[in-house]
Design a protein around this ligand. Structure first.
Ligand code: ZN
Length: 277
């Protein structure tokens, strides 16, 4: 049984600040990248106890070069580095039986989420797919679903875990912390969080048989609300993208996989406007 793990960092136990997640930060980042890696390792260990045998891990945060190789078992593969065409979901179509999302966080615009954002806090304010407001977790879950693969584990802050379980009620959720504000948490310790993730991963593997792929119906309509007006100045240049407000573009795609790729491209293109002219 082959498990795909997309691991983010802002939803790691203890994390409450960009500084802790910023690879340029020499003080706090080295500490928290270790906790991120240890949470992934805990998920692997729990899944193995449940019968999983193979693991493909996608480092899904910032530079996507966060995981500490020496903290991982030797028999896993890791997708590392950026940019990747499918970003947080790269290689999710690589013949896996189920998906884990670890270290995930509340979506952009959520008032009660720690470090709440969606893909890029500088470019994306909000994104809806077929009218449903989407977190990174839901966007990735739908790409897994497009390949007929279910998401069975979500770990991170309580806001994202609860929200994801409403959309994916068959999944196992492990909330490692509660947001007090954008930059404050009430958190489990890293080691207690890792123990909970290990247990959750074991349960998640046991649930694969009754889990379902999460999908959006086709055609797929995406509305992207950006942070700045100038982000949309660039995005609307792409064929098929319609400017519907100062900070909003809309596009439709024949299927979700195409929509997801267009969304990734739009975020990158819109981000080019964040460099001050
Ligand atoms: Zn993220």
């Amino acid at each position: 049984m082959r498990i795909y793990i997309s691991c983010d960092m802002e939803g790691t136990a203890g994390v409450c600040s960009w500084n802790q997640c910023d690879p340029e930060n020499r003080d706090e980042y080295p500490i928290y990248r270790r906790y991120m890696t240890q949470e992934v390792r805990a998920a692997i260990e729990g899944a193995r106890e449940g019968g999983a045998t193979e693991f493909l891990i996608n480092d899904s945060h910032w530079s996507m070069r966060n995981l500490l190789w020496e903290e991982l078992p030797d028999d896993v593969r890791v997708v590392s580095g950026a940019p990747k065409p499918h970003s947080m979901a790269e290689r999710i179509d690589d013949g896996v039986d189920a998906v884990f999302l670890t270290g995930y966080h509340a979506k952009g615009g959520d008032g009660d989420g720690v470090l709440a954002h969606t893909f890029s806090d500088e470019t994306v304010h909000r994104v809806t797919v077929n009218g449903t407001e989407c977190s990174e977790a839901l966007l990735v879950s739908a790409l897994a679903g497009a390949h007929d693969v279910p998401v069975v584990l979500i770990t991170g802050d309580r806001r994202i875990v609860d929200e994801t379980l409403r959309a994916l009620p068959w999944a196992t959720g492990v909330a490692v912390k509660d947001a007090i504000g954008f930059n404050a948490v009430n958190s489990l310790t890293p080691s207690a969080a890792q123990a909970a993730i290990r247990t959750g991963a074991r349960e998640a593997v046991a649930s694969i048989a009754r889990a379902k792929p999460f999908t959006f119906t086709s055609p797929v309509e995406v509305v992207l609300e950006t942070v700045r007006v100038e982000n949309c100045d660039y995005i609307e240049l792409m064929p098929g993208f319609e400017r519907i407000a100062g900070r909003s573009v809309r596009f439709t795609a024949p299927d979700y996989a195409t929509a997801y790729r267009a969304f990734v491209a739009a975020v990158r293109l819109g981000g080019a406007a964040n460099v001050r002219a």
